[in-house]
Design a protein around this ligand. Structure first.
Ligand code: CDP
Length: 135
């Protein structure tokens, strides 16, 4: 863990759509978020672009190769000046495996609305639903 101040750091999350569904991942940590669902992702490291961070995080967490696409939805402010941003992620190779989450689920629009998403990710529901209904 770095001692660098977290201020102005970015967290990226990836929306992977496939076969008319969106991939959600169930968190294992911290205790307050364990069991809740999110778009997989993580912190951008120093000197790393958000796009490279997304590719790295999804490789580490899901064992897939993705191409980072367009932004989706609003910037979500986190604590200590951090900001959370979602990007579309296109699967290039591999089948997602839950290496760091407790499970994965491919959801359609109706299921997305019934999932216990982490609060931050709820900000993107309108755009995610729009995308799912267009697929
Ligand atoms: O894996 P890493 O430690 O780099 O990051 P993380 O713990 O997955 O995410 C960093 C912060 O962003 C945490 O506070 C998460 O709760 C938040 N986050 C989120 O709200 N929604 C996501 N889809 C991904 C991360």
């Amino acid at each position: 863990m770095s001692d660098a101040p977290a201020r102005d750091r970015e967290v990226v999350a990836g929306a992977i759509f496939h076969g008319g569904r969106l991939l959600l991942a169930q968190r294992t940590r911290p205790p307050a978020l364990a069991g809740r669902w999110e778009l997989p992702g993580g912190k951008v490291e120093e000197f790393e672009s958000p796009q490279s961070a997304l590719v790295r995080e999804l490789r580490e967490e899901l064992a897939v190769e993705v191409r980072c696409g367009a932004r989706i939805g609003v910037d979500v402010p986190l604590s200590r000046g951090m900001v959370l941003r979602a990007y579309r992620a296109e699967l290039v190779s591999g089948e997602p495996v839950a290496l760091e989450h407790s499970q994965l689920r491919w959801v359609d629009a109706e299921e997305l609305l019934s999932m216990d998403l982490v609060d931050n990710d709820r900000a993107w529901i309108p755009e995610l639903l729009e995308e799912l209904s267009a697929l």
